[in-house]
Unconditional design. Structure first.
Length: 146
């Protein structure tokens, strides 16, 4: 069912969602400086809007870039601020504690295996004693002829 506002080719089964996800645009410092210089040269009415349309930008981009320029973030070699929470410095003792915990877990597992082995040996010895008690035999038969 096509309408004047929504022709058939625009009505898609996925709700008009693009199959590839959008990526956040990133602009280089040199591009920002160049655009700010071009924007500063725009004096006639409509020139700035034409520049923004041509470059696919919003006025908020210019506002943010002007603020960054005032803060000194657009100079060559300036350190870019990273988005998101500040990374917490890694404490070297945390790494050491984790390594010691791994070693302890390994040693504990090995000790448990050794204890289980000792229990099996005790049971085997007990069974052999029971068999020996049920079938007593002389020492000569066990060792064989000499």
């Amino acid at each position: 069912m096509a309408t004047a506002l929504a022709p058939n080719q625009l009505l898609t089964s996925n709700g008009g969602v693009s199959p590839t996800p959008s990526r956040r645009r990133q602009f280089s410092t040199s591009y920002k400086r160049r655009l700010l210089e071009e924007a500063a040269r725009c004096t006639k009415p409509g020139e700035l809007g034409a520049l923004l349309r041509r470059e696919g930008l919003y006025s908020s981009h210019l506002a943010a870039w002007r603020a960054a320029e005032r803060r000194g973030e657009l100079v060559v070699g300036a350190q870019q601020r990273r988005r998101g929470p500040a990374p917490t410095p890694v404490d070297p003792s945390v790494k050491r504690v984790a390594e010691l915990e791994r070693q302890l877990a390994k040693a504990t597992k090995r000790a448990e295996r050794a204890e289980a082995l000792v229990e099996v040996q005790k049971k085997v010895a007990s069974l052999l004693e029971q068999i020996d008690q049920l079938h007593p035999s002389s020492d000569d038969e066990r060792t064989g002829p000499r």
